[in-house]
Design a protein around this ligand. Structure first.
Ligand code: SAM
Length: 341
């Protein structure tokens, strides 16, 4: 049989290297190696709220009926999860589809997880960071906070993040950084992030300048995600037509092929798969953050153990996660750091 050079592993590796994706390729395989050595995920996303106070134009989670029974995770379920995963996992995030600051118990949750030695991160829209919330954040020992700011002017920000106020957000961030520094705290580290689209690309420089002025620790540009498995949804078409930026110098998960259609750059090369499962407000365990509708439920933490040590014949949810490594269709999240701590 004739050897097909173009389909060989060697050629594919060469193609990735020449596309400039070598670092990502290497990090993916290091993740795979680590995964082989360590069976359990050591980073788990816990969805503390599945509803949001904003209605962002690029975000599918707020437009879709996600099918969750509970909009907020209860404190009791959150504690049960933490107690269950503490022996195997040391990092959690408290945000998925909704806005975590809407959960009335969010600070109790963070304090509980921190008290168990967890490293805790939160992704928030920052609009609800009033004086009380800022004080609670600083008291909670939260480790990382990333704040979404998809524009660097009133007009751009407010036309993407519908329902948000740019001035309120900027003031909240300025005060949070100031109060953290006055209390001489190192935590949380505060990052700003912007999903780059046609609507805000002209403000990338202003975003970077604003991040420096506000004194945040880092600023990131992130790539747009388009859930193309749902091509009938009008918003998907709008993301492709009005938001996607065809650029090689900015973070992007897609390339435009010869027919002019969008194609994933690195299909199936997501380092997060399996390493970062998600637990929804209802306790359902999903393989990764691309499954916003909860279509690939691996178990439910409310009535199952996440992991079981050394008991022959019993299976736990983490065994299902372990087996769910094939056929991943998601594109890696691409982000560029543009300022340093
Ligand atoms: C769904 S939000 C939930 C957390 C929080 N409410 C917030 O606004 O940051 C999480 C992140 O997803 C980002 N996001 C929403 N839609 C996106 C898309 N189509 N592509 C890439 N990122 C997106 C948001 O900008 C935000 O940073």
């Amino acid at each position: 049989m004739k050897y097909n050079f173009h389909k060989s592993k060697f050629y594919q590796t060469l193609a990735r290297v020449s596309e400039g994706n070598f670092a990502r390729y290497l990090s993916f395989h290091l993740h795979q190696l680590f995964q082989k050595l360590n069976k359990y995920p050591n980073d788990i996303v816990i969805e503390t709220a599945s509803v949001c106070n904003l209605n962002c134009t690029i975000c599918h989670s707020v437009k879709a009926e996600l099918g969750r029974k509970n909009r907020f995770m209860s404190l009791a379920l959150f504690k049960k999860i933490i107690d269950d995963i503490t022996p195997i996992c040391n990092t959690i995030g408290v945000s998925f589809c909704g806005e975590p600051l809407l959960n009335k118990d969010i600070f109790k949750m963070i304090r509980y997880a921190s008290g168990k030695g967890m490293c805790v991160s939160m992704l928030t829209n920052g609009i609800l960071l009033n004086a009380d919330a800022r004080m609670s954040i600083l008291d909670s020992r939260l480790n990382f906070m990333a704040i979404s700011m998809d524009g660097a002017s009133n007009h751009t920000y407010e036309s993407i993040r519908i329902g948000g106020s740019f001035d309120t957000l900027v003031e909240n961030i300025r005060l949070l950084v100031k109060e953290r520094n006055q209390r001489e705290l190192h935590n949380p580290s505060i990052d700003l992030q912007m999903v780059v689209t046609q609507k805000n690309i002209h403000e990338v420089d202003i975003f970077e300048k604003l991040a420096r002025e506000l004194g945040v620790d880092r600023a990131y540009l992130k790539s747009l995600h388009i859930d193309r498995s749902r091509e009938d949804v009008a918003y998907v078409k709008s993301l492709e037509k009005d938001y996607f930026v065809n650029s090689t110098s900015l973070p992007s998960r897609y390339i435009t092929n010869e027919q002019g259609n969008l194609e994933l750059k690195d299909k199936g090369l997501c380092p997060q798969k399996v390493r970062t499962p998600v637990i929804t407000t209802d306790g359902e365990v999903l393989p990764c953050c691309f499954d916003i509708f909860g279509e690939h439920v691996l178990g439910n933490i409310a009535n199952q153990r996440f992991w079981i040590s050394g008991i022959q014949g019993n299976t736990s949810i983490s065994d299902a996660i372990w087996l769910c490594t094939e056929n991943c269709l998601c594109a890696p999240i691409v982000s560029h750091q543009i300022t340093k701590r």
